[in-house]
Design a protein around this ligand. Structure first.
Ligand code: GDG
Length: 752
């Protein structure tokens, strides 16, 4: 345990809720009614919308601050959700919230666009408030419950919760970026924060790059081994756990936004807005919290230069900028407001005419309907963030545009740019580039606008906020109830995969192609597998491989593979690629280690009755079960000590009356990487059922497809229930492959 995470309480009475969400702010706002009584109003955010149905059906509770300082509120129920308010004092707000969260972490995590302030009393308050949230969550959660902690204000909560309640399943999602190590390492409490986060089972980030920055910080600061998204953490009690750090790009309630946009009164309002603006040719729009990360100044600068150079004319164009008030008590935000308003005033002074404004600027918040009307009224949406976790505004603009019109200009420094590839993507620091992008947007022909907007909308509707939360929770809890059959999204995933030019289909055997049986030698693939694998092997551009923890000989025996199937046994230590021989290319140093190991173990086992050595492909196992207990234990101890001293780098696995030493440690991830290299495949399909398969899932990249069989936390993107479904999946893949090749042939012929 570190200084940052003192235990919450050693004995915590378990609560009643099986799902607990913890966030700085509750999803409801407090109001005092005219008669002085307490009133609550939903503060509509994407997160509540996404979690509401789930929270209702699974007896959920929400822990957070109700937005009023120095007041205690009793827990209450609001719209089917139990609300558990946490008290914050005025001083907590100054130090934990405005101070450490918004003036230390926020600028630090956003690439130090503004200088972060480091104050020890802010940190102390952050620790104390995090502890209060952790205590509230710990006493609300039922035994084995799932707790989902949100955002940078509460990064110490996962560790505090785990220490108090090891029975819980804990997830964390970071809504803002996680910075590169060179920046993160400034933080005086960098180790404590990493330790705090590693209390979770799953840590979600917006972008691949954020998750990468985090795992690099873990390696540098804690030295825990990481492989892809998997981090093997050793807790202070010596127990090791696997933590997954992965990207889960957040989204919006796309259908909800579209529904508002389709309301006649909202469309009427959009028309009215354009008319009130003087019906210009082009309405450009910016919608942001007034924050220095959003690049509002860069946008105004670019726009001003375009007006100055005459590339845009104030008679034809207007920029509507909504800058909603934010963090007004933090000094950097006060300065920013002055700067932005000075720039707006200058620009209007220089370019507005009596009848035409250059910028229509609004330091106000609006109801959601008004925001939607603004999106509908805007020909060009400008998102020029210098750094942004995701940027929901960009996604909202696309969801609203059911007319498939409108152009999105989007900063590559916003998380949304990873998904919204058909936007005009810009680097906001490059003012000339930004100006060209604005002109491209203003002048874009209708056909091109429609083509791009259709593609953008597909993205936003395919991954909406409920898909986001379902994917996160499914990865966290392992999809406890896996449905029978092949899910629809997997069918489309397979269809896309089948269209790849070259493909590697890599399959674990036990539990994936064959049901698990008592006697390993009796395992056999289920009906349909052989036929489907046969069709895949025959298909041009497709290679099939079996990847197993079994020794290769045993795999070959039970799987009886078709000619052309590649094999990896013993977690990849033995492979059989395109030659009949089994390859086990030990390096000279490893061969030497094996010799030394054999000498040491021979010496120990030689004189003792009932102790023998089993030779493995890249190691030896010392068995003692036929010796007396004392002699057996003495031999195991001696082997451990001597090998540990002479060959400390060997991997040791302990079983009942057996100690196994390997000179090469390999995982199914290594095996898959080797197979990918060997086949040169452009995309990979991997299916597995066991924890050891997670190593393989962790080396999958964009465009690959991972299929987990059965329940249990997984990095795989898709899941089915049993080998019967895997057999169907392989059949479908073979069908789609056939169809894709036929299509390709037709195109080639008609193109000739
Ligand atoms: C953080 C991360 C990440 C704004 N003004 C009004 C209004 N809004 C709404 C927008 C949008 C939301 O506020 C802003 O969301 P963003 O994603 O753009 O930015 P942050 O507030 O900085 O959010 C960000 C997000 O968390 C989620 O993970 O995407 O990167 O910084 O929904 O529509 N809504 C209304 N009136 C306004 O005046 N009704």
């Amino acid at each position: 345990m570190t200084e940052a995470s003192p235990a919450v309480r050693t004995t915590v009475r378990h609560g009643a809720f099986s799902l607990v969400v913890v966030s700085n702010r509750l999803p409801v706002d407090h109001e005092t009614a005219a008669d002085g009584s307490d009133n609550w109003r939903t503060s509509p955010g994407g997160l509540v919308t996404a979690l509401e149905p789930l929270m209702r059906s699974s007896d959920g509770a929400w822990v957070g601050w109700p937005g009023v300082a120095d007041r205690d509120f009793e827990p209450f129920e609001y719209d089917g959700i139990s609300i558990l308010p946490v008290r914050l004092s005025k001083q907590d707000l100054e130090r934990y919230y405005e101070g450490f969260s918004n003036d230390t972490l926020w600028p630090l995590y956003h690439d130090v666009i503004a200088p972060p302030s480091y104050h020890r009393e802010w940190w102390e308050s952050y620790v104390a408030v995090n502890r209060r949230f952790a205590e509230a969550a710990a006493s609300a959660a039922a035994t084995g419950a799932t707790v989902w902690v949100q955002d940078y204000q509460l990064q110490l909560v996962p560790r505090m919760l785990r220490d108090a309640r090891p029975d819980l399943v804990i997830g964390f999602f970071n809504h803002i970026p996680f910075p590169p190590y060179g920046i993160y390492s400034q933080l005086p409490w960098r180790k404590q924060i990493i330790d705090g986060l590693l209390g979770a089972d799953l840590i979600g980030f917006q972008r691949v790059a954020d998750a990468g920055n985090f795992t690099r910080a873990v390696r540098r600061l804690q030295g825990f081994p990481t492989r892809g998204s998997a981090i093997d953490v050793t807790d202070s009690n010596g127990n090791s756990r696997r933590v997954i750090a992965k990207h889960f790009p957040i989204s919006i309630d796309s259908a909800g936004f579209e529904e508002i946009a389709k309301r006649p009164e909202v469309q009427e309002r959009a028309r009215q807005i354009r008319e009130d603006l003087g019906n210009p040719k082009t309405v450009m729009l910016g919608v942001d919290r007034l924050d220095y990360t959003k690049g509002i100044g860069h946008r105004i600068k670019a726009y001003g230069e375009l007006l100055q150079e005459g590339r845009l004319d104030v008679e034809d164009v207007i920029l509507v900028q909504v800058a909603s008030p934010s963090r007004e008590r933090v000094a950097a935000y006060m300065t920013l407001r002055d700067e932005i308003e000075l720039a707006v005033g200058r620009l209007n002074g220089d370019y507005s005419t009596i009848s035409h404004m250059a910028i229509s600027y609004h330091h106000q918040g609006y109801p959601r309907e008004e925001m939607v009307a603004l999106y509908l009224a805007a020909d060009v949406m400008l998102v020029t963030a210098l750094r942004d976790g995701m940027n929901l505004v960009a996604k909202e603009y696309c969801a609203v545009r059911f007319d498939a019109d409108g152009v999105l200009v989007l900063s590559e420094f916003a998380g949304a740019s990873d998904e919204l590839r058909q936007a005009i993507r810009i680097n906001p620091h490059d003012i000339d580039g930004l100006k060209d992008a604005i002109m491209l947007a203003v002048e874009m022909p209708k056909r091109e606008r429609t083509r791009r907007m259709r593609a953008l909308r597909r993205k936003v509707f395919d991954n909406d906020v409920s898909a986001w939360s379902a994917t996160f929770l499914d990865t966290l809890t392992g999809g406890a109830a896996v449905q029978a059959g092949v899910p629809e999204n997997l069918v489309s995933g397979l269809r896309e995969l089948a269209a790849e030019e070259t493909l590697l289909v890599a399959l674990d055997f036990d539990g994936v192609l064959a049901p698990l049986v008592d006697k390993p030698e009796d395992a056999r693939a289920v009906d349909g597998v052989r036929e489907a694998v046969g069709r895949l092997v025959e298909s041009p551009g497709v290679r099939v491989a079996f990847v197993s923890g079994r020794a290769l000989e045993s795999l070959r025996h039970v799987a009886d593979p078709e000619a052309g199937v590649l094999l990896a046994g013993s977690h990849g230590i033995e492979v059989q690629l395109d030659t009949p021989e089994i390859q086990l290319d030990l390096l000279p140093a490893e061969l030497e280690q094996l010799e030394t190991l054999t000498r040491v173990l021979d010496r120990i086992s030689g004189p003792v009755e009932g102790i023998w050595i089993e030779r493995k492909p890249a190691g030896l196992a010392l068995h003692t079960r036929l010796a007396t207990v004392q002699e057996g234990q003495a031999a195991l101890r001696e082997a451990r000590d001597q090998v540990g001293e002479i060959l400390p780098e060997l991997t040791i696995r302990e079983g009942k009356n057996v100690l196994e030493f390997s000179v090469r440690s390999s995982t199914k991830g290594d095996a898959l990487t080797r197979l990918r290299e060997h086949t040169g495949a452009g995309a990979v399909f991997y299916s597995g059922d066991d924890v050891t398969d997670e190593d393989a899932f962790s080396v999958l990249v964009d465009g690959d497809l991972g299929l987990k069989v059965g329940p249990g936390a997984s990095l795989a993107g898709y899941r089915v229930r049993s080998p019967e479904e895997v057999s169907q999946v392989l059949g479908l893949l073979a069908d789609f492959r056939g169809a894709a090749l036929a299509r390709h042939d037709d195109e080639t012929i008609s193109g000739q």
